[in-house]
Design a protein around this ligand. Structure first.
Ligand SMILES: *Cc1c(COP(=O)(O)O)cnc(C)c1O
Length: 401
């Protein structure tokens, strides 16, 4: 715990800002030789690095096919396009906007579904609770890297006779109960390799699928759907991964298990340090599965913690601790998607999570000591909640939410 919070005039706990996330990257020496040869040969795209990265990822995931693309958003757009869908696609309201954008860019209609309060993911219950017409597809998300309940989602998809696609942006390295890797289920699972994700390459994504025909179509689609004789079978995209990103990815892939183990240890430490604090709740990871902990989302129950999520975030900012309010606002409240009909109470949990979730700093090379210090700040905020609220409300002229 800290003696004198910065909010009350003490020195901040961290002298420099502690970021909420940071990419963990291989040492420069390891990639410089390959990078130099890229420059010498001029093979910046369509070369050997991407092909090898795809093979190595397919072997790591234990899946038939991996197609590397320029981003997860592009990968989702291409998969949805290649499945030849028309109509509505069900997806959670509690996710990042890119999930819905990939749907909208295909001329499909995003239809938002509620999430489970404990896992923060879709379930058969939340899918079936909706009074919806039969959709064109289900697009699930492994929120913060926590694997979705695929058995029950696949059962619903099979009953409706529609494909289940997964936005696995957060979940490279996650495992389903029983040990199978995320990437092996559904019609396809699509990963992001952008800098906030666990395996970072810069900008990049991976489409993983067991369906050889779908993989071939996505491979074509990422290259304008251009055939060798210069026909184009459908409107494809320029969505290839670059060679440099793939070589960075290959070096990072050899370390991904270490990254995941480090994150697991840090989350265990957060949970130990904060386990006794009233009004804080962690995401429930189903028994036997492995989350990547892309983010450590903590649910703040204001009545018990003493402060709202927003008040805690302000308190931590003064200690130089960055946080993120993922995912706030929920998708149905974004300007891009506002005005879509939702029945009252239909997205209750998504709204509640968006209002109360706070992501604390977590990245693969974060130190245990930093985690303990962040936890100390959170405990101080709780212990002195009444004073904190008073000072924050004075400072904002009483306008704080
Ligand atoms: C980051 C993210 C994406 C987008 O990934 P890009 O590789 O940047 O396109 C999609 N969905 C979710 C849930 C994300 O967090």
């Amino acid at each position: 715990m800290i003696d004198q919070p910065a909010l009350f005039g003490g020195p901040p706990e961290f002298s420099e800002e502690l970021p909420v996330t940071r990419p963990t990257l291989p040492p420069a020496a390891e990639v410089l030789t390959d990078a130099a040869s890229l420059l010498e040969t001029g093979m910046l795209t369509n070369g050997r690095q991407v092909a090898q990265f795809e093979e190595e990822c397919a072997a790591y995931l234990g899946v038939g096919h991996v197609v590397a693309v320029s981003s997860c958003t592009t990968g989702l757009m291409l998969v949805l396009r290649c499945l030849g869908l028309a109509g509505e696609v069900l997806l959670p309201a509690f996710t990042f906007c890119a999930t819905a954008h990939a749907v909208a860019w295909n001329g499909l209609a995003p239809a938002f579904v509620d999430s489970e309060p404990d896992t923060f993911n879709l379930s058969a219950r939340t899918l079936l609770r909706q009074d919806l017409r039969r959709p064109a597809a289900i697009l699930a998300v492994h929120v913060f890297g926590n694997p979705c309940p695929m058995d029950e989602l696949e059962q619903v998809a099979a009953e409706w006779g529609v494909p289940l696609v997964v936005d696995a942006a957060h979940a490279f390295g996650a495992r389903y109960p029983g040990g199978a890797m995320v990437g092996t289920r559904g019609a396809a699972e699509v990963f992001s390799l952008s800098p906030t994700k666990v395996l970072a390459v810069g900008e990049g994504g991976l489409v993983a699928t067991s369906d050889g025909r779908l993989a071939e179509r996505v491979r074509l689609a990422r290259n304008y759907a251009n055939t060798p004789d210069y026909d184009s079978l459908f409107p494809g995209l320029s969505g290839r991964m670059e060679e440099f990103n793939a070589l960075l990815g290959r070096a990072n892939l050899t370390r991904v298990e270490q990254y995941l183990a480090a994150r697991e240890r840090l989350v265990a430490l957060y949970r130990t340090e904060l386990g006794e604090v009233p009004g804080l709740r962690f995401q429930a990871v189903p028994p036997g599965s492995r989350s990547t902990y892309k983010d450590l989302g903590v649910y703040v129950k204001p009545e018990r913690f003493g402060l709202t999520r927003d008040e805690l975030a302000l308190f931590l900012a003064r200690e130089n601790v960055s946080t993120r309010k993922y995912f706030h606002p929920p998708l149905h409240r974004l300007s891009a998607y506002a005005g879509r009909p939702t029945a009252p109470g239909e997205l209750e949990t998504a709204e509640d999570l968006a209002r109360n979730m706070l992501c604390l700093p977590l990245f693969s090379h974060l130190s245990a000591e930093a985690v303990s210090r962040v936890a100390g700040c959170v405990k101080s905020a709780h212990r002195r909640a009444d004073e904190v609220r008073r000072v924050l409300r004075l400072g904002s002229g009483g306008n704080l939410p």
